[in-house]
Design a protein around this ligand. Sequence first.
Ligand SMILES: C[S@@+](CC[C@H](N)C(=O)[O-])C[C@H]1O[C@@H](n2cnc3c(N)ncnc32)[C@H](O)[C@@H]1O
Ligand code: SF4
Length: 455
Amino acid sequence: MSTIDFEKFSQYSKPGPRYTSYPTALEFNQDFKYDTYIDFLENSQEKISLYIHLPFCRSACYFCGCNVVFTSKEEKLSRYIEYLKKEIDILAKHLDTSREVIQFHFGGGTPTFYKAFELDEIVTYVKSKFTNWSSDAEISCEIDPRFFNEEQMKVFAKHGFNRISFGVQDLDEKVQKEIHRIQPLQLTKNAVELARRYGINSINTDFIYGLPYQSLESFKKTLELSTQLNPDRVAVFNYAHVPWMMKTMRKFDETTLPTPEVKLQIFKYTIDFFESHGYKMVGMDHFAKPEDELFSAIEKGELHRNFQGYTTKGGANLIGIGLTSIGEGERYYAQNTKDMKQYEEALDAGRLPFDRGVVLSDDDFLRKAVIMELMANFSIDIKRVEAEHGIDFGVYFADAIEALRAFERAGLLSISESKITVTLTGTLLIRNIAMPFDAYMKKYAQSKKAFSKTV
Ligand SMILES: C[S@@+](CC[C@H](N)C(=O)[O-])C[C@H]1O[C@@H](n2cnc3c(N)ncnc32)[C@H](O)[C@@H]1O
Ligand code: SF4
């Protein structure tokens, strides 16, 4: 792989979206009204992807950017289950629950903060309402290996879970101490082995680069050790440092964070490391073994990115359940409230805890398709976009193409009549390459507070 002249490209390191979000700066707002959301739910006939957010954690990992509620109170956890059931009941009134469920995901927080019987209770309830599950549905859970036992695994096996994602982050002791997350390799190994014993053959591990005290040398060791886990997929997230939004991040001494230059070195090394260990890069932050279904999806141009990461199950109607959950339809995004009191009050009043979202205009819809394709497949099939959206690409995106010329001259992509193709080096700056297509980015680039940096 050719080397990057970081100085030359630092000009492109403008603020970028948070690590898991929809890749444009499209803003959720309150103009999207409750009744419109209900109309979307009632009129949709797409297949369903269910996301259930279980927000509780015992103690804070200081880097964490997720929507989390810290507690050790058992009654808070069981009370939340009762409210999840209320939410599922109301949803079931507003959508056709015989639509096929092709994906189910428990996210957090720490879903396995719940005891086995409670997890069983939640999944059983969901299945009693949503009755039509595809035989090859992807059923998955995010797991913190520090909170995971065999009883829980038995429940997952009973309900046909087939994918587990383990949070690892970093294996260096000093980094673990600083991020307030002590997690010895052996503990993670035990968790992975437990999952494999119960037939889970798609195991993902999450790592983060950009954490305090990380260096190229320390991360090399982390990667070397990670091979002992033999994951099927690996996510290596760029640390999103947003201390103005997340208080715990203020605990970090910012001088201990690796510089953008070191982060680029780490990520470049990571790409080479996984490629030499039999993995292939998928999208901007994932690696997977070549037999993984993500690869055939790339070949067919069917790889998608949603709020949980990369998936082959695109085009489904994502229904978000639980505090802060985000749902997605072809023409909208909808988010539940972040406030537990409001969450409960809405449900007690017989309403969904919908708080805000956005309805996509034709222009948003087109730009979303183009940006998603870039992020997922590192290319844009110009002819296909023209056929699907009835536009002349060169005319519609004249400004964006002009902006991309600088990337082209730098060898980060090539532009032909029918295709834009990002080079391997260009993949490192994919967010920046996508920005000219983002109608909202200019506005947001000026509001430093909204985002973390892209590199
Ligand atoms: C919602 S967390 C849940 C996982 C589970 N609670 C655990 O910690 O193992 C999912 C993943 O998001 C990633 N993550 C959390 N905060 C992040 C941040 N500020 N920047 C980048 N990635 C982050 C971590 O890799 C984490 O494993
Ligand atoms: S990283 Fe996971 S365990 Fe740590 S605070 Fe965030 S959600 Fe909880």
